[in-house]
Design a protein around this ligand. Structure first.
Ligand SMILES: C[S@@+](CC[C@H](N)C(=O)[O-])C[C@H]1O[C@@H](n2cnc3c(N)ncnc32)[C@H](O)[C@@H]1O
Length: 267
C-alpha cells in the first residue's frame, strides 16, 4: 500500500513550496538537458499538489499527472485561476492506466524515496516511454560537501529521542534515497543507460531549529507517520524541552543550498 499523503494536504504547500522562480528554472534545465520542449507528452508520477506541474502546465498542454492521494491532487484545481486542470488519474506508480509508448518524458520529483517497490515503478515507467524517451527521477538533496545548517541537529536529536523510546528503524523514518548506484545498476541491467545530472542549484526558504521542531511535533514529516501517536507525543515533548534548554541557535533562520539531482534514464 503506498504512503497516504492525504494527511499532508493542510500543510504541504506551506512547508514544501519553493521560492518564486525555482520550479521554472528546473523546467528549463530539464528541457535543456533532455532536448524536450513544451510540445512533449509528459507524465508526472506523484504529481501531489502540483508544485512542479505548475511550471509545465498549461505551457506544455500534453501534461498528465498521477498520484495515489486524491486529497493532494484536489489542491491542484484550487491553484488554477481559470481553465481546465491537466489530465489527472489516481493511480499507484507500479500500475499505470496508460498504453505502452505514449510519453516522451516520465518525471518523478521527491517521490522515489517513498517507493519500496522502486524497481516495479521503473519497469512501469519504461513501458510507457516511447523509444528514446526519458525517465527523470529527481530528489532535492544538498550539494556534496555542503555544511550542515543549524536546524539539521533537530533530526539527530529526534532520532536520539526515538531510539531512547525504543524506535530504531532508520529505513522507515528516513526513506529510501535512490538517485545512486543501486538504481543506476538496475536500469543498466534492463538494457537502459542512466546518467546522473545536477539540473539546478537553488536556495530553500529559510528555516530555524524552532520551525523544524514545530513541524516535527505537528506530524509534518512522512517519515514519522508510522509512529504510534503516544510515542510521537512523548518524543515531541522531549524535543521541545531540548530546544528551550540546549539549542542555542534555536531561532537562527538559514537558507540551505540544495540541488535538483536527477537520474535520467533512456532505453
Ligand atoms: C513528497 S510528495 C511530492 C509531490 C510533488 N512531486 C512535489 O514535488 O511537490 C510525494 C507524492 O508521491 C505520492 N506517492 C507516493 N507513493 C506513490 C505511489 N506508489 N503511487 C503514486 N503516488 C505516490 C504521494 O501521494 C505524494 O503526493
Amino acid at each position: 500500500m503506498p504512503i497516504n499523503y492525504d494527511r499532508a494536504v493542510g500543510f504541504y504547500d506551506a512547508t514544501r513550496g519553493y521560492r518564486e522562480g525555482v520550479v521554472e528554472r528546473y523546467r528549463d534545465a530539464l528541457f535543456d538537458y533532455t532536448g524536450a520542449d513544451v510540445s512533449a507528452r509528459i507524465l508526472e508520477l506523484g504529481i501531489g499538489s502540483g508544485l512542479i506541474a505548475g511550471a509545465f502546465y498549461p505551457l506544455a498542454p500534453q501534461y498528465v499527472g498521477i498520484d495515489y492521494s486524491l486529497g493532494m491532487m484536489r489542491l491542484i484545481s484550487n491553484k488554477l485561476d481559470s481553465g481546465l486542470p491537466p489530465l489527472l488519474a489516481q493511480a499507484d506508480a507500479r500500475h499505470l492506466p496508460f498504453r505502452a509508448g505514449c510519453f516522451d518524458i516520465v518525471q518523478a520529483v521527491r517521490v522515489f524515496h517513498h517507493l519500496p517497490d522502486w524497481r516495479a515503478c521503473i519497469d512501469e515507467a519504461r513501458r510507457l516511454l516511447r523509444l528514446r524517451g526519458a525517465l527523470v527521477i529527481v530528489e532535492n538533496i544538498p550539494p556534496d560537501g555542503a555544511g550542515q545548517p543549524p536546524w539539521a541537529i533537530v533530526q539527530d536529536k529526534w532520532d536520539e529521542i526515538l531510539r531512547g523510546l525504543g524506535f530504531e528503524d532508520e529505513g522507515i523514518r528516513h526513506g529510501i534515497w535512490l538517485t545512486d548506484d543501486a538504481m543506476r545498476h538496475y536500469i543498466e541491467s534492463t538494457g537502459g543507460r542512466a546518467e546522473p545530472a545536477d539540473l539546478l542549484r537553488y536556495r530553500e526558504k529559510p528555516v530555524s531549529p524552532r520551525v523544524m521542531v514545530e513541524r516535527r511535533a505537528a506530524g509534518m514529516f512522512s517519515s514519522d507517520w508510522r509512529l504510534p501517536e503516544a510515542i510521537h507525543q512523548q518524543a515531541s515533548l522531549a524535543l521541545r524541552d531540548w530546544l528551550e534548554r540546549d539549542c542555542e541557535a534555536r531561532d537562527t533562520l538559514v537558507e540551505r543550498e540544495m540541488l535538483f539531482r536527477a537520474l535520467i534514464a533512456r532505453w
